[in-house]
Design a protein. Structure first.
Length: 90
């Protein structure tokens, strides 16, 4: 019997965003790209969160269907000006 992949239901961490470009008020359905700028200190926090999530994903058995379908999600919270890293099922 294959072991089920348990997905962490909370964030591995994240960081504060310095600014968005274009501004949030200027976003529309035609906006092709959103630039997210973070300070060096916050970039270190984001890097650590991504590394922790990747380590967790690496612990799964990738020869199983459940293991192959796990992934990393980077959530951009526009109103809170934050970025968080979560595990997801693809």
């Amino acid at each position: 019997m294959a072991a089920e992949t348990k997905i962490k239901k909370f964030s591995f961490g994240g960081c504060a965003v310095s600014c968005f470009s274009p501004a949030i008020s200027a976003l529309s359905s035609k906006t092709e790209m959103l630039n997210v700028s973070v300070s060096f200190e916050d970039a270190l926090k984001l890097s650590l969160a991504i590394q922790e999530c990747v380590r967790k994903l690496n612990s799964y058995n990738r020869s199983t269907r459940a293991g192959k379908r796990t992934g990393l999600n980077i959530a951009v919270h526009l109103q809170k000006a934050r970025v968080t890293v979560n595990e997801t099922a693809l």
